[in-house]
Every structure is written in structure tokens, then in C-alpha cells.
Design a protein around this ligand. Structure first.
Ligand code: FE2
Length: 326
């Protein structure tokens, strides 16, 4: 029986350990193979971000109600509204902190609307844990696969407060060298993650798309930026190696425009794969969309809602999961 003294003692110990311990869930409530993907959150401080803030609050509440809980949440960039302002990160940080306080690890990638210096003030662990100095590159290692979150933001921290910065993505020279060396040593499947689509980027003189299809350990690529739930394939046209295709997935926006929602991801490890032979194991990564809505520019009342928005939403929901072979 739970005595009053035992209860008070437990509470005192939790309070002494800080808020994270107080709200953290039991280990048995987590599934290490379950993740949630959020992208293009855009939950800034401006009045125009009211809907995006509401959608972030709703997504966090839903994640915290999941049983089992995901061990990781990955955010694919554009956390800020449009210019990476400090007040934007102030507006969204408390929502993400609720996830962290529950014991969920939140890993954030940088989008073209972000600004590293302002982000780092609110997320001080990001630069400390980054694999590439000056950029935010993080590896989320799981059983059977890793998710490598790259930093494709080109905009510099010294740009003017009202400067949106360059829209296309690019990997810094240091990051390209890191990625080349990382892939050369990698013996376990990895899914590359970034805000931008792979076609926009290069790795040490080679198009990233070519690296994707010719590197056996890469199981696929996941990105945001286009605000749509879109599955596609990249084909290997290099005749010297088997003609393989690699899965590419674009995620919805959590709350600004386009497909609105997030995705859940389950890792199904199976067998052991030798990256050297390029023969997939029976392991899979299955990503399921959780689409809430679709709108262009901004949501409108039911009377003014174009009927094709419902068709687009229905198509997205009917498209089914996106499967990556490991
Ligand atoms: Fe975006």
C-alpha cells in the first residue's frame, strides 16, 4: 500500500531531481522503435502564426497521449516563422519542452527560415551535440538503422532581421566532408534527413542524389520544405552497379500551409544487413502520415472552402504508409 510518507518522500526526490524527472514517464511506457516526424512547424510569435502555434500545441498533446510513447521526435526544419527570430523560438520552445520533460528526445534540423544563433540560445544542447562544428548535424541511432539529420540552411546568422535568406538548400564544405567520411565508415543502414530535397545539394563534387543511389548503407532520404506528403523514388542509372532505387519522402507541414499534419515512424529491425553487399535485410522503416487538413495560404471557413482541398486531403490520407527497406 502506498503510504503518505512514501508518497511525500517520492515527490520530494522528484522535485529535488528537477522538472524533467518529475514529469518523465516510466521507461516501460516508451517504444524505442517508435518516432514522430514534425516538419515546417512555423510556430512563430506573429499574429499570423496563431494557427501554426495551435497546431503545434495539438500535435504535442497527441504525442504525449501516445501509448507507447515515441522515444524520439525529429523536426525537419522551419521551426521559426520566416526570418528565424528569437521571439519565434520563444513561442515554440515551451511546447517542445513538454516532450523533453516527458523523457522524449527532440532532434531539430535547420530549415531555410531558421537562424542558428537564435535557435541555439533556446536549444543550447544542439551546438554541443552537433557532429559538425558551426552546423547542427545529429545522428539518432536506433536498432537496425540510424537517422542522420543534416543542416541544409544556407542563410547566415548575420543577415538582417527581416531577411528571409536564401530559399534553396546547401551543405557547408565541412558538412560535405563529414558526410563523405561518415558514409565511407558506416556499416549499418542510415536514412539521411534534412529540410531540403536531395536534388538541391552536393557532396564533395557529386550530386547528393547520386550519392544516395550509389551508397549501399543509405536506406533512403526524408525531407520537408515542400509542405506536402509525397513519396518518390530515386533511380540509379549508373550501369556499373545494380539498378537500385532509393525511397525519398517529403513530409507535410505541421501547421502553415499545404498538407497539414505529422507522421509516425516505426522501425521494424530484421536480420543483419551487410552494407558492403547492398542486399537489403528483412528490416523496414514504416512511416505513416497523420494528415489533419489541407489548405493553400491559410485556412478558410467551411462555406468558402474550395471542394478540391477535400479531394487533396482525401488523396493524401488514402496514399498509405511509406516503406523504407533496410
Ligand atoms: Fe516551410
Amino acid at each position: 500500500m502506498l503510504t503518505r510518507r512514501f508518497f511525500i518522500g517520492g515527490m520530494a526526490a522528484a522535485l529535488a531531481a528537477g522538472p524533467r524527472k518529475l514529469f518523465a514517464k516510466e521507461e516501460s511506457e516508451f517504444d524505442d522503435n517508435l518516432l514522430v516526424f514534425l516538419s515546417d512547424v512555423h510556430a512563430g510569435a506573429a499574429k499570423t502564426c496563431k494557427c501554426a502555434r495551435k497546431k503545434l500545441k495539438e500535435a504535442v498533446a497527441e504525442i504525449l497521449k501516445m501509448r507507447p510513447l515515441p522515444r524520439n521526435v525529429l523536426v525537419f526544419g522551419d521551426v521559426a516563422h520566416v526570418c528565424g527570430l528569437g521571439v519565434d523560438y520563444d513561442a515554440s520552445r515551451p511546447h517542445f519542452k513538454l516532450l523533453e520533460d516527458a523523457g522524449i528526445t527532440v532532434t531539430v534540423g535547420m530549415g531555410n527560415h531558421d537562424r542558428r544563433s537564435e535557435f541555439a540560445v533556446r536549444w543550447p544542447d544542439a551546438p554541443k551535440k552537433s557532429l559538425v562544428p558551426g552546423r547542427f548535424v545529429h545522428l539518432v541511432e536506433m536498432s537496425g538503422v540510424g537517422f542522420l539529420m543534416l543542416d541544409s540552411l544556407q542563410g547566415t546568422d548575420d543577415r538582417a532581421q527581416d531577411d528571409y535568406g536564401p530559399v534553396p538548400g546547401a551543405l557547408s564544405d565541412d558538412q560535405q566532408t563529414f558526410l563523405r567520411d561518415f558514409l565511407a565508415k558506416r556499416t549499418k543502414p542510415v536514412i539521411l534527413c534534412a529540410h531540403h530535397a536531395p536534388g538541391e545539394m552536393k557532396v564533395c563534387g557529386k550530386p547528393l542524389s547520386l550519392v544516395l543511389v550509389t551508397t549501399p548503407c543509405i536506406a533512403g532520404y526524408i525531407h520537408g520544405h515542400n509542405h506536402r506528403w509525397m513519396r518518390s523514388w530515386l533511380r540509379n542509372k549508373d550501369q556499373k552497379t545494380p539498378e537500385r532505387a532509393k525511397r525519398v519522402l517529403c513530409l507535410p507541414s505541421n501547421g502553415l500551409w499545404g498538407d497539414i499534419g505529422y507522421a509516425t515512424c516505426r522501425v521494424l529491425p530484421g536480420g543483419s544487413r551487410s552494407c558492403a553487399t547492398d542486399n537489403p535485410s528483412s528490416g523496414k522503416v514504416v512511416v505513416v502520415p497523420n494528415l489533419k487538413d489541407f489548405w493553400l495560404s491559410r485556412p478558410v471557413s467551411t462555406e468558402r472552402r474550395p471542394p478540391e482541398w477535400d479531394d487533396i486531403l482525401a488523396e493524401g490520407r488514402a496514399s498509405g504508409p511509406c516503406v523504407f527497406r533496410l
